[in-house]
Design a protein around this ligand. Structure first.
Ligand code: PBG
Length: 323
């Protein structure tokens, strides 16, 4: 009660504020997404993601080394697949010589300590731009899970440390975990996109990978953004099936879900600040309407305060440089 309590006492100087700060932010909290394309010396800016690039394999290693130097411990690899290699069943996704598999091997050979995570879903490989196999107008669950399992195995065999299934098929974590155990990959990690919502914030990412759905939307597999309790069910299922880390996606609009899960489960939680969130801040900053760096750091702290242990973010390098 005032004046016995004056809350401003704890805000009076930078040193006092530092003493009582409840959360911290460091480059080790970040997972940096990387977009890989075929070719040599390719560094293409993604139009809706200013200052973010698709890189050919020969440029990926230098990028990863520079991220490591900044204190970033993990990258999440995505590939842009040439149209000629796309089909309905993800045949290229399981090619041991595919772009993803080569990218993983390349990164691990030049920066062995970097924790390499791979996206597991069929959309970049799909003629339909869907995360699973399409039959009629249905994205079929169980046949998709079989392909995703082979895909995950091929990533681990190429040297990946973690796979990150982002497809939202039911039961995929269990199948992947069983396959890893059967093959003796007892240390292979699974970071599961557990609470992944059907979101319009993925737009710029789909530009980056040319992976927008050709028909319909993803609402029969990604979650309805009106729902909160369902996120706990999804997360609990994934943990029971063998996930090591769970993820919430998108980020800022879903911090209530991060907190809900933080209170419900004990495994590490990642949050994904997605492409549309990145685009929003870049656009406002380009117009001079927001202070880019200040807003970026404030947003990243918000993830930590909500309860995220890890943040997948396109700001990873920018933020690490500031911190
Ligand atoms: C693929 C995948 C998507 C994202 C990550 N993995 C797109 C989608 O589900 O449509 C989105 C990432 C972002 O927007 O930054 N399944």
């Amino acid at each position: 009660m005032f004046p016995l309590n004056r809350n401003r006492r704890l805000r009076q100087s930078p040193a006092v504020r530092a003493l009582v700060r409840e959360t911290s932010l460091s480059p080790a909290d970040f997972i940096a997404p990387i977009f890989v394309v075929e070719g040599r010396q390719v560094r293409e800016e993604i139009p809706s993601m200013p200052n973010y690039y698709r890189l050919s394999l020969d440029l990926v290693s230098a990028e990863v080394k520079s991220l490591w130097t900044l204190g970033i411990k993990s990258v999440l690899v995505f590939v842009k697949v040439p149209d000629a290699l796309k089909d309905n069943r993800g045949k290229e996704a399981v090619n041991p010589q595919g772009l993803m598999q080569r990218a993983v091997a390349e990164i691990k050979s030049t920066c062995p300590e970097m924790v390499v995570m791979t996206d597991v879903a069929l959309d970049p490989y799909s003629v339909h731009g869907h995360d699973g196999i399409v039959e009629g107008s249905t994205i079929v669950n169980d046949p998709t899970v079989e392909v995703l399992t082979q895909m995950a195995l091929s990533h681990i065999e190429a040297g990946a440390d973690f796979v990150a299934p982002s497809d939202m098929m039911d039961g995929r974590v269990l199948r992947i975990r069983q396959a890893f155990e059967a093959a003796g990959h007892t240390n292979a990690g699974i970071l599961s996109y557990s609470a992944k919502y059907a979101s319009a914030y993925y737009g710029p990412f789909r530009d980056a990978l040319d992976s927008a759905p050709g028909f319909g939307d993803k609402k029969t597999y990604q979650m309805d953004y009106a729902n909160r309790r369902e996120a706990i069910v999804e997360a609990q299922n994934d943990i029971d099936e063998g996930a090591d880390i769970i993820m919430v996606k998108p980020g800022l609009c879903y911090l209530d879900i991060v907190r809900e899960l933080r209170d419900a489960v004990e495994v590490p939680i990642a949050a994904y600040q997605v492409s549309g969130e990145y685009a929003q801040l870049k656009a406002a900053a380009q117009k001079g309407w927001l202070d880019h760096d200040a807003v970026m750091i404030e947003q990243l702290y918000a993830f930590k305060r909500a309860g995220a242990d890890l943040i997948a973010t396109y700001f990873a390098a920018d933020a690490a440089r500031l911190l």
